[in-house]
Write a protein that binds this ligand. Structure first.
Ligand code: C5P
Length: 211
């Protein structure tokens, strides 16, 4: 299969030296890209900035901002059999990034933010993607309810949900526990390292694609 994977955080410029971002390490997305390549699939990994090594055998397209990630996905998704959205795209970006470094002053400073496009949410409606679509959801409460809502709203075949309020798993960790939310059922994969979970998720994607 040809599989597109998004991973990592995005960086939204405030001025030439500052940005808004989040604590995504990219580990889950990179583990998915690596596991899928290892299984013999053709992978395009579209990634925001991380400190990780690019997995072996993966085509790599680095981006910085949510808008760049949106454009990269739009350009490539048409030829994909499946797309897995593990990136933590910033929900907002500064409306008017300054062209020069903002000088310090004693006055308060406010930033105008505008929403970034929802890349996963654009796949069915804007990009016309008909392949297997997998989203992620990091939640701190009512994990399964929110995940099911996102599965339906974004037209996914599978939504992988994790509880980021639990210490020791999820963001920045090598380990995770995830719930696989399908339109007709939920399966929980107990806590494990992200490499093993990634392989299990790729097997699920293979099954979804075969149906
Ligand atoms: O941020 P949210 O919980 O809605 O993210 C759910 C899914 O949507 C994730 O798979 C994430 O990668 C994707 N997403 C996206 N573009 C955004 C926001 C989220 O592709 N702007």
């Amino acid at each position: 299969m040809k599989i597109l994977v998004t991973a990592g955080p995005t960086r939204e410029p405030i001025d030439p030296v500052r940005y808004l971002s989040n604590r995504s390490s990219g580990k889950m997305g990179y583990a998915l890209a690596g596991a899928a390549a290892h299984e013999g699939h053709q992978i395009l990994l579209i990634s925001g900035p991380t400190s990780l090594d690019i997995p072996a055998g993966v085509d790599f397209l680095p981006v910085e901002t949510g808008l760049e990630m949106f454009e990269a996905v739009q350009r490539h998704i048409g030829r994909m059999d499946a797309a897995i959205f593990a990136a933590a795209v910033a929900d907002y970006r500064p409306a008017h990034p300054a062209t020069g470094k903002i000088k310090k002053s004693s006055a308060p400073l406010s930033l105008d933010l505008v929403p970034n496009p929802d890349i996963l949410g654009s796949c069915r409606s804007v990009f016309g993607f008909t392949g297997t679509l997998v989203g992620f959801a990091a939640e701190t409460s009512d994990v399964l309810d929110h995940a099911r809502g996102k599965l339906i709203a974004k037209g996914c075949d599978l939504l992988v949900a994790n509880d980021v309020s639990r210490p020791g798993i999820g963001f920045e960790s090598d380990r995770n526990e995830v719930h696989l939310v399908f339109p007709d059922r939920i399966e929980t994969l107990p806590e494990d390292d992200k490499t093993s979970l990634a392989l299990e998720i790729i097997h699920q994607v293979e099954k979804l694609h075969a149906h």
